[in-house]
Design a protein. Sequence first.
Length: 324
Amino acid sequence: MALGGTTGRVLLAFSVSIPAFLLQDACRCVLFTDGRPALVFFNDLLVLLALGLACFVVDRVFPGSAPWLVLAWGGATAFGAIMGVLQAQLIPSIGQAFHWWRATLHLGGRMLGENLISHLALNVCLFSIALVAGISQLGRLRTAQVALGVTSPALIAISTIVAVEGTRLLARTPFRFPQLIRFASVGGVGLAGALTGLWVLAPLELGRRIIGPGWETARPLVLPCGLYLAGLGASIATSGALRVLRRPGSGLRARLIAAPVTVVLGVAGSFYGPGPAMIGIAVGEWVCAAGTLLAYRSEWKRWKEEPWDLAPLAQAGAPGAVPA
């Protein structure tokens, strides 16, 4: 509100919309964990249809308005949140939420730390690109990221599959757990690599038609962005495996080692342009992928030799339930 202007109004619209998004996402996680993914698909489909309708109306009533487009997204996710509550037949409870956080702090705190460090390192590099190379160069990078944007929800889906199916496999058929992790890792890297290759090989005119007039300057940045997403795809499965094994601390340590590499190479690269900066960020992500892979192999070997308690998170508050 203090910032004002279009940027301030966009941020205000986002702040109003994000609670609905968080509630819808929480309902999705509940339904996934409860073994009802068909309802999640149906919920997402409803949100997609609502979003298309809302954007159509906004484009007619408030053409070219970024804040109203953000509110259209918020309205669609609010509809999905309401539907999610009805599907899950659960009403959020603030009191129970605090109890759950206290009971799972030894896990959730490390997972939260890993995500905060990852996003902080990435955003420091993006801000450095804007400050050193200029906001237009950051715009070029964002355009390339939009072209590869479908990879992000796919990687989130892979992470969800690892969390849910990995837990079930460990409880029923542990020998299949490494197969899932390998499949998820190869799938994440392969998806990012395939989409990057398609854009690199696609005719320039096709990119202009799909992305817009900014595609010509953004196209050279697709490959560095693809390298980063491939590294993220390589690390997301092994990080998820560590969480399933109740060892998020190992993932946090890998992220702590990789974060300085990301920041130093990313910021240094920004002095030469968004491409070198993105390559530096990608190197940091691959360092994290290597760290989580080594940690996963070590923890999996230990678990096979002497399995420890993998009690559900709801029961994880008892002292000693999860080794330090």
